[in-house]
Design a protein around this ligand. Structure first.
Ligand SMILES: Nc1nc2c(ncn2[C@@H]2O[C@H](COP(=O)(O)OP(=O)(O)OP(=O)(O)O)[C@@H](O)[C@H]2O)c(=O)[nH]1
Ligand SMILES: [Mg+2]
Length: 330
């Protein structure tokens, strides 16, 4: 993954200590500011989170090569010159039968309500699939005032980008703009797209303080980075049966030499999954922890002690209480 254009710091993560409404004082003259929401939707694995991270220049959302990486709506905020774009990165719109699938798809449907624009991201390496057609149907039900831009992503890796793009365009006659992008490899073009979105904004006070780049609590952000590492290292179905909760966050004393201490539970659905996540002699969990810790340290510019525990939460994907604990309104 080339993420050289992402900054090595994590001041985008909203501080859990920030008082409610702390940003209001930042806006001197509400009449002069412009702000609005932009939803990023599409089927799994097309590059939605990559697009958001590139737009912001920081990593707010997890990315893996596997579908269904994003499981919750993540807001990423871009503020510049009295204007604020609030992007909503969404889970891939997909077919699935669990309560978790239901919650993920609901997050997509809710994300397109009351937004200035919807960015429909598609993968130009392939023609439209049934899941793309589901997204196209969702777009048909939009408020007609909502602008839809069709973004043909991964143009860098597509053999027949023009042909593919025209097939997608046929599915979305309401798209007012149709362009090809490479969210991963062409940041300048993505910044130009972001600047074009600034021009769509109506007059409005800012929704978030100017210096905040994500609305996620830091524990959720860290849990998502750990889950990204789990998904990257595990194979087949197991990545989908795993959830991560950061339940302890202990800052070192100001004068001490201690690392930041994080404790996280890695939930698996069955007893039999435990040894797979742990690996032979604990080798797998060690590797998962190492990758996650490196990322956390880079983005937080701080030494981290990551304490991982594998916990069996039977059928958590269909368990209302478990999903609530993970922050879903199940
Ligand atoms: N070649 C190429 N690969 C890309 C591009 N954008 C994203 N990818 C890759 O596509 C894969 C999926 O990217 P994500 O950003 O996680 O996709 P997503 O749409 O957020 O996926 P879900 O959260 O699962 O719905 C990753 O391996 C990315 O590196 C691109 O412009 N070109
Ligand atoms: Mg994603």
């Amino acid at each position: 993954m080339t993420d050289d254009h992402l900054e090595d710091r994590a001041d985008h993560v909203d501080s859990a200590d920030r008082p409610e409404g702390a940003g209001a004082a930042l806006v001197d003259d509400p009449g002069a500011t412009r702000a609005g929401f932009v939803a990023i939707i599409g089927k799994p694995n097309v590059g939605k989170s990559t697009l958001l991270n590139t737009i912001l220049g920081v990593k707010v959302a997890p990315i893996t090569s596997k579908p269904q990486t994003t499981r919750r709506g993540v807001r990423g905020i871009y503020s510049a010159d009295q204007r604020q774009l609030v992007f909503v990165d969404t889970p891939g719109y997909h077919r699935g039968a669990t309560r978790l699938d239901g919650a993920m798809n609901r997050a997509v449907r809710e994300s397109v309500i009351d937004v200035e624009a919807v960015l429909w991201v598609v993968d130009l390496r392939r023609p439209p699939s049934d899941e793309d057609k589901d997204v196209a149907r969702l777009l048909k039900g939009l408020d007609p005032a909502t602008r839809v831009w069709l973004l043909g992503n991964k143009v860098d890796a597509a053999k027949y980008p023009d042909e593919a793009l025209s097939l997608y365009r046929d599915l979305a006659p309401i798209a007012e703009r149709v362009i090809t992008i490479s969210a991963l490899n062409d940041p300048d073009q993505v910044y130009a797209l972001r600047d074009d979105l600034l021009d769509l904004l109506p007059e409005s006070p800012f929704y978030f303080p100017e210096d905040v780049r994500s609305d996620q609590p830091r524990e959720v952000w860290a849990a998502e980075l750990i889950r990204e590492s789990v998904m990257t290292h595990l194979r087949q179905e197991l990545p989908y049966a795993v959830a991560v909760v950061v339940d302890e966050w202990r800052e070192p004393a100001a004068d001490g030499d201690e690392p930041l201490y994080l404790h996280a539970e890695i939930w698996v659905e069955k007893q039999g999954h435990r040894p797979i996540v742990l690996g032979r002699g604990g080798a797998m969990i060690k590797e998962i922890g190492r990758t996650a810790r490196k990322q956390l340290e880079i983005f937080m510019q701080q030494r981290v002690y990551l304490d991982l525990e594998v916990v069996v939460r039977r059928a958590w994907r269909d368990d209302r209480d478990a999903l609530r604990e993970l922050g879903y309104e199940a």
